[in-house]
Design a protein around this ligand. Structure first.
Ligand code: NAP
Length: 315
């Protein structure tokens, strides 16, 4: 296939990428959004909000809105102004010369400018059995999988806002949720903690880590280890939800775009400029501080404006 030329390619389709798509589409740049693969748990189209339930803090929705519905609205708005979508994953990039080159398997795309908005993904515990049991009782997404655990006893691992949010949501289905945290206090915000403590279906297991997930083809209990005295016990759960944080999706850009020690892309102060002229970054892939849908959307807007002005300056 001959390489297709685009003015702007946007890699990733969370709030950052889709806001950049709305703005660049309205600037008549007809962006191509390479939005990710639906089968992927880490970089699915729509980003992390597709794995969320109710979003209560996105301005403009006083009653709240479900994450997937919000992303569907973003996408529809971008499409209305001429954004194009490719439901695939980028497999390789070459930003060493212009036009920039982006591959989806063997298909090559060229772009005058690229906006990187690949977001971040869920961290896992690093247990060998996680690979085998993901989707079989082990999950990182309560919204996607909670329904399958009606009247089950579920464990949620983590002590941040995500863990408490997942645990609270899962009480809609589960008979009991055990929230397992490795320390004796949560990292989560006070309001979220209060919600967890007030929920009679949530029991907190402090100072414990999950050291083994039992089951051959589905989760059948977990082994937990006390971080204070080292004692080991078993919990008879049939579902385990991991909610211990995220990592930026930047493997594609290793050695190409400047990153910090945690792998987040570095942008120049007060802009979305990366170290390569014409390649811009926005959203969680370059933000480990705020990581909110609204800040991601704001930085997507910045990237679109930076791109538009940069392209204008080139011609
Ligand atoms: P986070 O704040 O980084 O919390 C991760 C939690 O997982 C921490 O409690 C950490 O323990 C624990 N953890 C990490 N690695 C672990 C391991 N290997 N084994 C056991 N536990 C482990 O991540 P997050 O909860 O995903 O939140 C990320 C950001 O999004 C935060 O800024 C949060 O406020 C925001 N957020 C907001 C909302 C909301 O407002 N509705 C919802 C979700 C997320 P330690 O505490 O001991 O480090």
């Amino acid at each position: 296939m001959e390489a297709k030329h685009e003015r702007v390619i946007i890699i990733g389709s969370g709030p950052a990428g889709l806001t950049a798509a709305i703005y660049t589409a309205r600037a008549s740049l007809a962006p191509l959004v390479i939005e990710g693969e639906p089968s992927s748990t880490s970089d699915q189209p729509g980003g992390q909000l597709m794995l969320t339930t109710e979003v209560e803090n996105f301005p403009g929705f006083p009653e709240g809105i479900m994450g997937p519905e919000l992303m569907s609205n973003f996408r529809g708005q971008a499409e209305r102004f001429g954004a194009k979508f490719l439901t695939e994953k980028v497999t390789k990039v070459d930003f060493s010369a212009r036009p920039f080159k982006v591959w989806v398997r063997d298909d090559e795309y060229h772009a005058d400018a690229v906006i990187v908005s690949t977001g971040a993904r869920s961290l896992m515990l690093g247990l060998e059995e996680e690979q085998r049991l993901i989707g079989h009782g082990l999950s990182t997404c309560a919204t996607c999988d909670g329904f399958f655990f009606r009247d089950h006893h579920i464990a949620v691992v983590g002590g941040g806002d995500s863990a408490i949010e997942e645990a609270s949501f899962l009480t809609k289905f589960a008979s009991k949720v055990t929230l397992i945290h490795r320390r004796d206090e949560f990292r989560a915000s006070k309001i979220m903690q209060e919600r967890a403590f007030a929920n009679p279906k949530i029991e907190v297991l402090w100072n414990h880590t999950v050291t083994k997930i039992n089951g051959d083809d589905k989760v059948d209990g977990i082994e937990v280890t006390n971080t204070v005295d080292g004692s080991v016990s078993t919990l008879p759960v049939t579902g385990v939800f991991i909610a211990i944080g995220h990592r930026p999706n930047t493997d594609l850009f290793a050695g190409v775009l400047d990153m910090d020690d945690s792998g987040y892309l570095q942008t120049q102060p007060d802009s979305s400029y990366t170290n390569i002229d014409g390649v811009f970054a926005c959203g969680d892939v370059q933000d480990h501080t705020y990581r909110q849908a609204i800040t991601a959307a704001g930085s997507g807007c910045m990237a679109a404006i930076d791109t538009e002005r940069w392209l204008e300056a080139q011609h």
